[in-house]
Design a protein around this ligand. Structure first.
Ligand code: TYM
Length: 327
């Protein structure tokens, strides 16, 4: 059976971008593949979180994974830092990662610009750690959103390079996976592009109806269409993109027609969108609160997941050591 791996950094709560970019695929894939979904706590160290936040954040994402419907009976759910074999592979892959190519990664350049006083080696080698996460289980499919495309390109490069250097056909070449035919990008409502934690424009799965209403009503719009059937400007398209994922087809078509005949009222659209997001969130939110209160269960899931993930990682690293020459 083909292996699927993916992870999310525990730097706050899950937002709609995480859900529709990644988690929704996890839910479908856990029924068809050997799946391992993890919490990328080492990756979050590039921004120096407080020690007390590390365990809490991992537990937060764990409750949210479970509340979304990731099933520990079907998929392996684990915390990255419980599987030390990943670090050994990270080291091996780093020996064949070149400074120039790492410095050219757009995510590195963006992060370096955002935190000029902390351009650390972990930031530079972020793509090798991500490749190690994937290759340690010899995964072939990786459900991720559009923003991870370059990291995935690097993971393929490292897998190919390892195979070439050692003259083996050991690592499969991992591909991004998306439920639709193109990679998902959930926009923010501030007109700044994608919804993201560092963009500060997120609607979280934990947000209640009132919080969502306030966020949606504040969304940037324009003065409205003047020509029938015109193309939507980005800020308006963003609202429609969200509507496409949380609202019914009828609702979407209703507002699309209103756009096309220039009778749209953005206030109505926002009210509907806010109410549909709240309805989407509500059952997930309730389950998050239930799981978050059950620390024993969360610890049990993490412990069992770590055991299964370690078993898979140990099998790979043993072979890798042999290939490299450590007998
Ligand atoms: P992270 O934690 O930033 O995001 C987790 C997942 O959510 C997706 N995502 C989005 N998708 C669509 N629209 C958005 N606005 C949006 N925002 C976030 C991301 O594409 C991602 O799939 N480097 C990764 C974590 C990671 C990982 C891995 C992923 C570490 N190792 C190995 C896969 C495999 C990250 O920072 O994701």
């Amino acid at each position: 059976m083909e292996t699927v791996v993916s992870g999310i950094r525990p730097t706050g709560n899950l937002h709609l971008g995480n859900y529709f970019g990644a988690v929704k695929s996890f839910l479908q894939m856990q029924n068809e593949y050997k799946c391992l979904f993890f919490i990328a706590d080492w990756h979050s160290l590039t921004t120096r979180p407080k020690p007390e936040n590390i365990v809490n954040s991992a537990h937060t994402i764990l409750s949210e994974y479970l509340a979304c419907g990731i099933d520990p009976e079907k998929a392996t759910i684990y915390i990255q830092s419980d599987v030390k074999e990943v670090l050994e592979l990270y080291l091996f892959l780093n020996m064949n990662a070149y400074l120039g190519e790492m410095e050219r990664c757009t995510t590195f350049k963006e992060k370096a610009r955002k935190q000029p006083n902390n351009v650390n080696a972990g930031l530079l080698t972020y793509p090798t750690l991500m490749a190690a996460d994937i290759l340690i289980h010899k995964a072939v499919k990786v459900p991720v959103g559009k923003d991870q495309e370059q990291n995935m390109e690097m993971a393929r490069k490292f897998a190919n390079r390892f195979n070439t250097i050692y003259g083996v056909d050991f690592f499969p070449i991992p591909q991004s996976f998306s439920l639709s035919d193109k990679a998902v990008k959930i926009p923010g409502l501030d007109g700044s592009g994608k919804m993201g934690k560092s963009e500060g424009n997120c609607i979280y799965l934990m947000d209640d109806a009132e919080t969502i209403r306030k966020k949606v009503m504040k969304a940037v719009t324009d003065s409205g269409p003047t020509t029938p059937n015109s193309e939507k400007p980005e800020v308006i398209q963003n609202l429609f993109t969200l509507m496409e994922v949380v609202s019914s087809k009828e609702t979407y078509n209703y507002f699309d027609e209103k756009w096309n005949d220039c009778s749209i009222r953005y206030g109505d659209l926002k009210k509907q969108l806010a109410s549909d997001i709240a309805a989407f969130n509500q059952p997930i939110r309730e389950r998050i609160l239930q799981y978050a209160a059950d620390t024993d269960y969360l610890n049990k899931v993490a412990k069992e997941g770590a055991e299964k993930a370690r078993e898979s990682a140990q099998a790979t690293i043993k072979e890798v050591r042999k290939i490299i020459g450590f007998k």
